[in-house]
Design a protein around this ligand. Sequence first.
Ligand code: AMP
Ligand code: ZN
Length: 472
Amino acid sequence: MENKFRFYNTLTREVETIIPHEDGKIAMYTCGPTVYHFAHIGNLRSYIMEDVLEKALRYAGYEVKRVMNITDVGHLSSDADTGEDKMLKGAKREHKTVMEIAKFYTDAFFEDCRKLNIKTPDVVEPATNCIPEFIHMIEELLAKGYAYVAGGNVYFDTSKLDDYYVFSSQSEKELLVGVRDDVEEDVNKKNKNDFVLWFTKSKFEDQALKWDSPWGVGYPGWHIECSCISMKHLGEYMDIHCGGVDNIFPHHTNEIAQSESYLGHPWCKYWFHVQHLNDKSGKMSKSKGDFLTVSLLEEKGYDPIVYRMFCLQSHYRKPLEFSYDALDNMSAAYKKLVKKIAELKDEGETDKEQYAVWREKFLDAVSNDLNTSMAITVVYDLLKADINDKTKLELIRDFDRVLSLNLTAADTKEAKEEIDAELESYVLEKIKERSAAKKEKDFAKADAIRAELLEKGIVLKDTREGVIWQKA
Ligand code: AMP
Ligand code: ZN
């Protein structure tokens, strides 16, 4: 397949044209949320940009299979395997079981995604579903001499690799050797950067979820889950692996170390990392106490899609500073844009030639290191262009398959609410008419009203409390 889709590959430190392992197909993996708390809008910046990447690849003609894990065990307070399990922390905070916490915050995460028009990946797999796969990979790593048992835990031996710091330049590598001096010492580790594949003894006392393994009852480390879950669903070769920049080290570095040692060949070719969302005091994080969620934005009266547009207006490789002033400006711009689009007349013929020209402009923008702000500029330029309304509307509908900003009038929140309100008053009127008909024993009329509503996708149910209705 002829292709020009390119983005910055953290591994090679260059903007590269994507050449997938299998022509026309992309195997893509996203590090999913640790479900011990609500996602903050910083986490969601990463998921929004990864969503646009997936949709842009599909727009460019690729068949994409995207897999995401749900971290419901093994992610400790510090990414360097110290502190308590984040899930346990959540359970203690809310006096619930770990599995209750996992279910609640997994649902909350997907609800936030729905509000932000983030598509659910093709496969979503919780870590606790894959314990046998983790154990198998750890056994192989031990058998190949890449891992060792110490103090009851299994560790990956980073000294076995020629190049552990794969994401860093030579000068950075020298600095990185001492980078984790401040981390709480684990006397079992042979080398400073060795990481835990399976925990038994340490952190064991109050760990809620534990499984039997060849090394004793325990639980998996955080990094092993992404290697196993991606291989389970995407096989031995992956094209694109995504995450926030904080995942580069140690998480993605460790994923590469264990995956390539296990496979014996290169694993994932392209690494896509999204820069952080910051607030005035620095990186947004859950450990800071109060943090910004989608629900909080909604409580303050913002349409979540405005936050999506805020993210799309900035390049994914640049840090983005959040402020309510900036969101207010975005909100006003969004309303104006949607209104302009709503004024277009959906009639006449599509100009096929112009359609192809503008589609190419949009594709150029998203294919060029995911230049989403340029893609939005294409929408503004299109609105000003001298072509007919029908063509403009068709194009905007097409672009919105990638942008997912509810740009055409029928998709906006206000328009949906208006339609829902209209529908509700119509249905209530019909229910009244039907009750009156029943009272007069005109059952034929009552049935006809029920049938008329059903044709419009509305189902009536007679209950003791009265008639209720719902969309079929
Ligand atoms: P977590 O739920 O903590 O495992 O994080 C989920 C995703 O959000 C990961 O890909 C992180 O790299 C990413 N992330 C964390 N903090 C931020 C932030 N402030 N801005 C953007 N992405 C973030
Ligand atoms: Zn991961």
